[in-house]
Design a protein around this ligand. Structure first.
Ligand code: PMP
Length: 386
């Protein structure tokens, strides 16, 4: 099962920020197995999660094993699946990691960092320890040596790829002994990750991981005892890690999402070799992103991307039209707000749709164009777009 497989000719290409395209072979497999899972005369959706060693637990275990294998997760980390998406984890992070501290540091690289920080602000004092700055008209993140990290803070949080600003950490920051936490929702499985640099990381599904509905959490085991007593069971990392015979059985797990993610993960593992590294995936991701950025950079200002090359997102590429530069659109300050599209943006989207390309509009609250190159998007889509 290969995520690089060409899509069926009837399929439209989905370049949106998510939910993202799933490989055809994953969809086919789901359809094939839906009515009768492995000849058991039942759908996996109808089977009990308490059946020890049964199909649902096997599905959970296989998906977890794939995550461990693909991301080279060290043995001292727990891999769990929780509900509530990344928004759930925005609250889970402080609840599980504050311990006896009452403060946390956040690196602000865009809307998603702020949203994580605002949610954490319900449980502790939050500080922005670093934020995106502009150098020669391009956005960049200051080096870690310039982050204003506080000894009073329990952890420092980053958004590995801000899906809206298109600012990505292409390397895993080294914050020494401090606890680093990352929201990897829109970038996990696009490159190898040095898991040991993180105290915890999380990735809501709906992008590279598979269909929406579940959030993957990878957390260092020695930190599992730090949760505040008031942490709801559903967001309690240790409670999830400790269920038996497999983890993540605190409540009825979202079986369908985990099962579908499992197929995506197995496909990734098969098509990129069993070597267990994501280096080959990164090569593909970089090649495709380079193709798009080349067009932007060589357009003589027709298209403008405002992120420095060291922090340019390889997955969510955001740009505007040079001719729209004077057309300042004020953000309404809400992620659910909608800005008015410019004529060029409308025309671009219309033409793209006519050519079978969907979801190219930027985030509704910001406008512009956004090209998302998640793993499930076939190479043919990128070639045609370029
Ligand atoms: N973080 C990032 C980087 C995202 O892109 C998104 C969704 N687009 C979220 C968090 C929110 O995820 P969820 O809707 O699953 O809570």
């Amino acid at each position: 099962m290969a995520p690089v497989e060409e899509a069926k000719s009837s399929r439209r290409f989905n370049f949106s920020a998510g939910p993202a395209m799933l490989p055809d072979l994953v969809l086919d497999k789901i359809v094939e197995e839906l009515g009768d899972y492995e000849g058991l005369g039942m759908s996996i959706l109808e089977m009990g999660h308490r059946d020890a060693g049964g199909p649902v637990q096997q599905v959970l275990q296989e998906a977890t094993d794939c995550v461990r294998h693909l991301l080279r997760v060290p043995a001292n980390y727990a891999v769990i699946w929780q509900q509530g998406g990344a928004h759930g984890q925005f609250a889970a992070v402080p609840l599980n990691l504050l311990g006896d501290k009452t403060q946390a540091d956040y690196v602000d690289t865009g809307v998603w960092s702020k949203r994580a920080m605002n949610e954490a602000g319900k449980f502790c004092t939050t500080r922005i320890c670093a934020e995106v700055r502009e150098r020669q008209g391009k956005a960049e993140v200051p080096p870690v040596s310039e982050w204003d990290l506080s000894d009073k803070s329990a952890y420092v949080h980053i958004c590995a790829n801000d899906t809206i600003s298109g600012v990505e950490f292409l390397e895993d920051p080294d914050v020494g002994d401090r606890l680093l936490v990352a929201d990897f929702t829109s970038t996990l499985l696009s490159r190898p990750v040095n898991i040991s640099r993180y105290a915890a990381l999380y990735c809501s599904s709906g992008k590279n991981l598979g269909p929406a509905g579940v959030c993957l959490v990878i957390v260092r085991r020695d930190l599992l005892d730090m949760a505040l007593p008031r942490t709801p069971m559903i967001l309690h990392w240790k409670a999830s890690a400790d269920t038996s015979p497999v983890a993540s059985l605190v409540n009825t797990p979202p079986v369908f999402a985990i099962y579908a993610c499992g197929h995506v993960l197995k496909g990734l593992r098969r098509s990129f070799g069993d070597c267990g590294t994501l280096d080959t995936v990164r090569q593909r991701v970089t090649r495709r992103a380079d193709d798009v950025y080349k067009i932007i950079d060589e357009s003589e200002g027709f298209y403008i991307n405002k992120v420095s090359s060291s922090y340019r997102s390889q997955t969510t590429i955001c740009f505007t039209f040079g001719r729209d530069a004077a057309n300042q659109r004020e953000w309404a300050g809400s992620i659910t707000a909608k800005v008015k599209l410019t004529e060029l943006e409308e025309a671009f989207m219309k033409e793209a749709k006519e050519r079978g390309m969907n979801g190219l509009e930027g985030h509704p609250a910001f406008g512009g164009i956004r090209i998302c190159l998640y793993n499930g998007l076939p190479d043919k889509a990128v070639d045609e777009a370029c």
